[in-house]
Ligand binder design. Sequence first.
Ligand SMILES: [Zn+2]
Length: 303
Amino acid sequence: MKDCLFCKIIKGEIPSYKVFEDENVYAFLDIANDVYGHTLVVPKKHYENLMDCPERTLGKIMASVKKIGNHFVKDCGFDGYNVFNNNGKSAEQAIMHLHFHIYPRKENDGIKFSQDFGKQEKSLEEIVKDFYFEDEKVKNDDFSAYREDCDVLYTDGACSCNPGKGGYGGVFLPKISSELQIEEFSGGDENTTNNRMEIMAVIEGLKLIEEKEESGKKEKGEKVKVYSDSAYVVNAFNQNWLKSWQQNGWRSSSGGEVLNIDLWKELLSLTKNREVEFVKVKGHSDNILNNRCDAIATSYYKN
Ligand SMILES: [Zn+2]
């Protein structure tokens, strides 16, 4: 932003004492020169504060904050650090460009940030009613960066114990050119297995897409890409297990009856008239959408 002090510092229009720089942040000594090593970390892109900074960007900024703080401890002889961040004028934000203060700290450095605010008149029991809130369902823009040029489903299934009470969860990401909204879906069973929930997640996702086609909200029979962490589901298609099961009258290579025939049949009929690409993702790691599906699935049977 044109008249922003920090934007000017980042561009080098105003001199500063640079401590660190990477692709996301610029870090420099606070001009106050109060606490020894007091550093400001600012994102290179202008955001006013946390309120308008996208979550994924914030994650990268915080990773850099941590990197810098850890450097103070590891390489500069400090024992710890404070990270402060003010959002809004009432919260004493002076420069309206998101920034984090890092104060390097040592045992007995004589600095004391904690202030005694006394006690509230209201009890915690009353106060929690003013503040408690529940996680919102996914908003359309949260995952929009993951949309592709075809419709996409992320799916996951989970079980409390196998077999036992289980749930499935999924996220439907309409193709980029579509006007449709990103949607989550979920469900479950009282007595089921993990594999059944994994298949159910894909079935319900494809049904959701079919419903939209039938109500005229999208064209029929377009390609769908399914991301699943279930090797069972992905290999059934990609390793042609389903084909050989059908050829063998739903007998597996060891001769026993294939499990979950009812669901496989349903899934086959849903994939009959469209191209469905199955992609295996690593489960429970850093795939944001797989993690989201897992959270929806497990919350289903926990409630
Ligand atoms: Zn700025």
